[in-house]
Design a protein around this ligand. Structure first.
Ligand SMILES: Nc1ncnc2c1ncn2[C@@H]1O[C@H](COP(=O)(O)OP(=O)(O)OP(=O)(O)O)[C@@H](O)[C@H]1O
Ligand SMILES: [Zn+2]
Length: 739
């Protein structure tokens, strides 16, 4: 999957002369760029962002180079305008081409992930400033003199800024403009920025951490070849401190760095930690930032003025001027996978971008993905371990609670041993976390009389009962309906009952069992925005909460010094399904969440409720034996011909007409003439057979790991019938789900 070395660079900084035909990548699902003509007076270089006509619209495109396509002169259209923005550099253009080719997506749609929309390119409106223009006024006053004492050189000042410095009112400055002593002008104001300082406040590293830093920055390949390191450190080992030193090294070389995080919830704390270490705030990039920040970060990275960005997966497409290091924190997280429009895994694509940019990649995790573990073992990645927690703190001691022997009371979910452990923790004045990865009150609502179950009308999924909002919610499409009082099927009143627990229901049980404890529910759907969440996380860290009930939102990355007990309410959600990916995720999640316990002075305990205490993966987890888990998984995947030993490509046919979708999926199957090395499995109902009102059929292509599998899919889909109506075909290379 590694890109071949980039083709010899041609000098692309030369402007194309007026009348030249250039190819422009436009945001449309087309296989190639379109040709446009450079108009008189336009400064167009390769990578220029331009406005071009497409059908009846004007769209934002990127110049890819000179075009040699034959175009009917009558149909050839000129570029409408060149946008005031730094051109997209060659390594990023090559990366876009590569991603499109690899993911079987339209290159223009990938390019759109870089340029997004025109508002991103806009500059803040200019501000009015004044500067010295002529002789001192005939009538000098003390106030006027103060102004002239400040404005001695040729620098321009904003009016309020100058008034403030001189200690006068702006009226005095207006007066000086009238006398011709000062003149006004429009200036583009640059946001004030402090650069991160690699030597601002370095930590004293432990021996193990120092070794890891050395391995990361000193032992990498020197010949510019691909450099990926897997930093595998147990929870609380100080991975962040270690990769901060790698960033310091990159900053000393004058290059830029990017830290990707899987969840916005983690950014606030990391921004603060970064600022403490480097004395300046990094750029921030995710869906929660303001349009203004978005514009500044985009331009700032393109102009090389922003040195470090912390962001979500889409930050991978920022136009860095010279990126030298990409860190993927919690590299195993499924959130790095985007499955809409262009399906890609930001972790894998980061490695590709690094290759084009001659940058280093650090994958950090306490529980690496099976894929990355295998890559490290095979020597494709360097393996940098951090086997011990910081300050010799022990890992939490873990034990299973066998629900068959000590079940909770009827209608309750916490077993007696767990309740006792929470009580002990409360008595010691320490904190407990009860973890259940299910939002809402109950995953299912049913009628006691007729057995009716509430399902989403748009998706094949149960509606989740939420008590705080008194609603039934679909967690797939966002559909919300008020909680009914009468069964729509049999018409009986007061017969609807919740089935199974979500975090809200656990919180209810906690409130009855531990009425004096200060309890907080943390779940992504209850977040009152990132600010509120940050405050709540800080409250937990500050010891203002006794019991936290939470979903995966609190499972990873956080540091809660007073937290010593983690109780896992239901470990079987993932172990019971027979899907290797679900087992892997559960192993990772349980390691992460129990890893929140005992990170400061006091030791931690993790208690895991299960009906399957003998499950081999659970046994490996309890023994802190990651090696055993990876060995088990690797063998299982090899045996079952699963990734990464083979390549999977999922082809999903979807549309509102169930019959037409099925017919098209069958048609695809019928025309698939795959070589012996490639199998086309299915079609079957996709994991969500209906989503947002669209029926979904899935074909799974299994082939070798090289390029052949994609090449086959490309050729196969190219010769298939055109889809009609709202039907769509989505291709997902390396899908998350194996079933
Ligand atoms: N060298 C050090 N000096 C001071 N404090 C440190 C050092 N190393 C780690 N710590 C502290 O130990 C705690 C855990 O470190 P950090 O958050 O970097 O671990 P991690 O490996 O990223 O953990 P996890 O994977 O569990 O999120 C933090 O509070 C951190 O500040
Ligand atoms: Zn739905």
């Amino acid at each position: 999957m590694l890109p071949s070395s980039p083709s010899a660079p041609i000098d692309s900084s030369q402007p194309h002369a007026a009348g030249t035909n250039v190819s422009v990548m436009v945001p449309a699902p087309m296989p190639t760029a379109l040709t446009y003509q450079v108009a008189e007076g336009q400064n167009v270089v390769d990578g220029s962002i331009v406005k071009v006509p497409l059908g009846k619209r004007l769209v934002l495109g990127t110049v890819w180079g000179q075009s040699h396509d034959e175009v009917n002169p009558k149909r050839l259209k000129p570029i409408e305008a060149v946008v005031d923005a730094p051109p997209i550099r060659e390594p990023l253009r090559q990366f876009i081409d590569w991603v499109a080719d690899w993911t079987l997506s339209a290159p223009g749609m990938v390019a759109r992930m870089v340029t997004r929309g025109e508002e991103l390119m806009q500059r803040d409106p200019p501000v009015t400033a004044v500067r010295r223009a002529g002789d001192p006024p005939e009538r000098m006053t003390p106030a006027r003199q103060k102004v002239l004492d400040v404005i001695t050189g040729a620098d321009a000042y904003t009016k309020p800024g100058l008034a403030d410095l001189a200690g006068v009112s702006t009226a005095v400055i207006d007066g000086l403009v009238k006398t011709g002593t000062l003149e006004t002008l429009q200036v583009q104001r640059e946001p004030g920025r402090i650069e991160p300082d690699p030597d601002f406040d370095p930590r004293t590293l432990t021996e193990g951490q120092a070794d890891a830093v050395h391995a990361l920055i000193a032992e990498g390949p020197k010949d510019g070849s691909l450099d990926v390191a897997l930093l595998e450190g147990v929870t609380g080992s100080g991975k962040t401190e270690v990769y901060f030193e790698a960033i310091a090294n990159t900053l000393r070389q004058g290059r830029q760095a990017l830290i990707l995080l899987p969840e916005i919830a983690l950014t606030a704390a990391l921004l603060d930690r970064f600022a403490e270490r480097f004395g300046a705030m990094p750029g921030e990039w995710h869906s929660g930032i303001t349009p203004k920040t978005r514009r500044q970060v985009w331009r700032g990275t393109a102009e090389g003025k922003i040195k470090v960005v912390i962001g979500a997966r889409s930050a991978l497409y920022l136009p860095f001027e010279d990126i030298g290091l990409i860190i993927i924190d919690e590299e195993h997280e499924a959130a790095y996978k985007q499955e809409e429009w262009v399906s890609y895994n930001a972790r894998d694509m980061a490695i590709v971008r690094a290759r084009f940019e001659k940058a280093q990649v650090i994958l950090a995790s306490a529980t690496p993905s099976v894929e990355s573990r295998i890559n490290a073992k095979a020597g494709r990645y360097r393996h940098v371990p951090l086997p011990a927690r910081y300050a010799s703190r022990p890992l939490p001691s873990l034990a299973a609670i066998d629900l068959r022997r000590t079940p909770p009371e009827r209608g309750m979910w916490l077993s007696p041993p767990l309740v006792e452990a929470v009580n002990d923790t409360l008595e010691r004045g320490e904190q407990s976390l009860l973890f259940l990865n299910r939002r809402g009150y109950a995953p299912l609502t049913l009628c006691r009389t007729c057995g009716h179950r509430f399902e989403c009308v748009m998706c094949s999924a149960w509606l989740v009962q939420h008590r705080f909002t008194q609603t039934l919610n679909c967690h797939h499409c966002g559909h919300v309906e008020p909680m009914p009082t009468v069964c729509p099927e049999c018409g009986n009143a007061n017969t609807l009952v919740p089935s199974g627990p979500g975090v809200e229901r656990i919180a209810e049980e906690v409130a009855t069992r531990f009425p004096d404890a200060r309890t907080l529910v943390l779940s992504s759907d209850m977040m009152g925005g990132p600010k509120r969440l940050k405050a709540e996380l800080e409250a937990v860290a500050g010891g203002e909460v006794d019991i936290v009930v939470g979903t995966q939102l609190v499972a990873k990355g956080h540091n809660f010094p007073g937290l010593t007990l983690v109780g896992v309410v239901d470990a079987d959600v993932g172990f019971g399904q027979g899907d290797p990916r679900a087992v892997e995720r559960t192993f990772q999640l349980l390691t992460q969440v129990t890893g929140r316990a005992g990170r400061a002075e006091k030791p931690g305990i993790g208690l895991i409720q299960t009906h399957m205490p003998d499950h081999p993966v659970l046994q490996a987890l309890l023994a802190h034996d990651a090696e055993r888990f990876y060995a088990l998984e690797e063998a299982a995947r090899q045996r079952a011909h699963l990734p990464p030993f083979v390549r999977f490509v999922a082809v999903i046919v979807s549309g509102t007409d169930a019959g037409a979708v099925k017919a098209h999926a069958n048609h695809l199957k019928a025309i698939a003439r795959s070589p012996e090395t490639i199998d086309v499995l299915g079609p079957v109902d996709a994991p969500l057979a209906m989503l947002r009102g669209r029926h979904r059929q899935r074909l799974l292509v299994r082939g070798p790991r090289g390029r052949e599998t994609q090449s086959f899919v490309k050729a196969w889909l190219a010769k298939s019938d055109r889809t009609r109506g709202d039907m769509r075909i989505d291709v997902d290379v390396d899908p998350q789900s194996f079933v």
